[in-house]
Design a protein around this ligand. Structure first.
Ligand code: TNX
Length: 535
């Protein structure tokens, strides 16, 4: 993790590893005379690069006019699109300059992240730390493209709120790892985080929970002042725009019909009022799965249509995540009103009722040109047509959905649940769940052998790592859980790795130790140090 000498370019120890890399003799030196130019379509990436690299290096990186030094040139190139797809890129550095051609602006952006890694760890700072104005870069020829088109990171801001600046920072961190989907878990039993102007109680009431003792298995936490927070619609617009500049799509999650206690606490008539006193509920202060579930009324449907109408205005992406997981059905069984409603709708059991909710909103979204995605429980009672699945209880749900012709994002808790502890031992500060080591994440294979070679394999559109926040009461906890494992996940989702048993974990660790931890240091990431919490 030592600082690179100012005059020697580092080895190109890239994370995630590129598809192909050739090292050449010599080096390129970026200095005050270095120009930066962009062809049509690449101007936005040039702005980003000028600000990211300019901040770290203090170099002006202006367009070429009159500049005599080496030049960096960014272009969007149809030939690259044809050969490597929209997110692919070719990056060539010579002693005279760098050319970066992407299959689209997104490809140029992914390549710009590679160029930044080639500049050494201090290129990840926000202001220069050294007086040196010369930034050596190795001479390389790189051809690169992602393995999957959905490379996701899910952040749960419902259990513990993450203030807006922290979210923007996470967008930078995932962009640095070439991820392109930010799954924003905005609602749950313990909090509703997105302002909905037509339903103001959702954040007036639903965004706050009282001071209470909350516990999770062996790890009791005390929220001393109560807990809460919400994003205004302008905050959301800012987050979505910031993500778009980084070629990241934000997928909002509005969970239903379970995991909805914060909504029911805000508007008690959303709940099963004949079996629970929903007016006395409050936002949930415990972890686990609340029994409180939405009542299957027309009013509930209209309410969520109103919510989703505002959500669609804020999030332009194709997918909207509607949860669907861990829906406890006891209240529906006990409620006369729910049973009468089931009879009226001709539904045989509560699973069909859950599916009725999901189908309604899948159709509603489809009519508006969007697609529903949900957790693999939406398979129960029948998958809505066109719906995509995030498969979290292992890969079985994902396999079944892919075989039925649905798009699937694999995020099995056995490999990529970043809230789970990353080692055994008493001093690991996050005792939730099971041990998922860095190596476990590196050995995650999104396409199960059962699908390999079948057309259904193509239905696995990608992979995602999920960071649930029951134990993440302070932002440093999020960093500790997410890193370094998110770097291993990024390589799984981006790089063309062989089958898990043939993956070269030692090579990955080598790149981490010799380069990537230093980049994370420069970014101010409070990762779990190699070797444990007390290195
Ligand atoms: C399961 S994954 C959940 C979350 C919890 C998580 C804790 C999923 C769809 N549901 O509600 O936060 O486990 O690891």
């Amino acid at each position: 993790m030592s600082r690179m000498a100012a005059s020697e370019p580092g080895e190109p120890l890239l994370v995630p590893a590129p598809r192909a890399l050739r090292r050449g003799p010599g080096r390129l030196v970026l200095d005050t005379a270095t120009s930066l130019d962009a062809g049509p379509g690449a101007e936005g990436v040039a702005r980003w690069l000028r600000s990211a690299l300019g901040g770290a290096t203090g170099l002006p990186l202006l367009p070429a006019a009159g500049a005599g030094g080496a030049g960096v040139r960014l272009t969007v190139d149809d030939e690259v699109t044809a050969a490597l797809g929209p997110e692919g890129y070719r990056l060539e550095t010579t002693p005279h300059g760098a050319t970066l051609a992407g299959g689209s602006a997104a490809g140029v952006f992914r390549g710009a992240q590679t160029l930044r890694q080639l500049c050494g760890p201090d290129a990840f700072r926000r202001a220069p730390v050294a007086a040196g104005q010369r930034w050596p870069v190795p001479v390389v020829r790189i051809e690169d493209a992602p393995r999957f088109r959905w490379r996701g990171f899910m952040l749960d801001v419902a259990r513990h709120f993450m203030p807006k600046d922290g979210v923007l920072r996470y967008l930078d961190l995932i962009a640095a790892h070439k991820l392109n989907v930010f799954h924003f878990h905005l609602t749950d039993d313990q909090g509703w985080r997105i302002e909905i102007t037509s339903r103001p109680e959702l954040t007036r009431t639903g965004a706050w929970r009282p001071r209470t003792r909350v516990g999770h298995r062996a790890s009791p936490l005390w929220d001393e002042l109560g807990h809460g927070g919400r994003y205004t619609q302008d905050d959301i617009r800012e987050i979505v725009a910031y993500a778009a500049e980084r070629h990241i799509t934000v997928v909002p999650e509005i969970g239903l019909p379970g995991h909805a206690q914060a909504a029911i606490a805000s508007y008690p008539w959303l709940g099963n009022t004949d079996v629970v006193d929903t007016a006395a509920l409050g936002v949930w202060t415990d972890w686990g799965i609340s029994e409180n579930v939405l009542a299957p009324t027309e009013e509930t449907l209209r309410f969520y249509e109103d919510v989703l109408t505002e959500v669609l205005e804020l999030f332009p992406g194709e997918y909207v995540h509607l949860g669907g997981d861990e829906c406890v059905k006891d209240q529906w069984r006990a409620s006369k009103a729910a049973q009468a409603r089931m009879a009226e709708l001709g539904l045989r059991d509560e699973e069909e009722l859950q599916s009725w909710f999901m189908r309604h909103f899948a159709r509603w979204l489809a009519e508006r040109g969007r697609r529903m995605i949900g957790w693999d429980e939406i398979l129960e009672g029948g998958l809505p047509p066109g719906a995509a699945v995030t498969s979290w209880r292992g890969r079985a749900g994902g396999i079944a959905a892919a075989e039925a012709g649905h798009d699937v994002v694999m995020c099995p808790e056995q490999h990529v649940y970043l809230d789970h502890r990353q080692a055994g031992g008493d001093d690991e500060p996050m005792p939730i769940g099971w041990v998922r080591t860095l190596r476990d994440v590196y050995r995650f294979e999104p396409v199960p052998a059962a699908l390999a070679g079948t057309p259904a394999a193509g239905r696995v559109i990608g992979a995602q790592a999920n960071l649930w926040s029951e134990t993440l009461a302070v932002p440093q906890r999020a960093d500790y859980q997410a890193f370094p494992r998110l770097a291993a996940f990024a390589e799984v989702a981006w790089s063309p790795l062989p089958a898990p048993e043939r993956r070269d974990f030692a090579d990955f660790e080598n790149r981490m130790r010799r380069a990537h931890y230093a980049r994370l240091d420069a970014l101010g990431v409070d990762y779990r140090p190699p070797g444990g919490p007390h290195p």
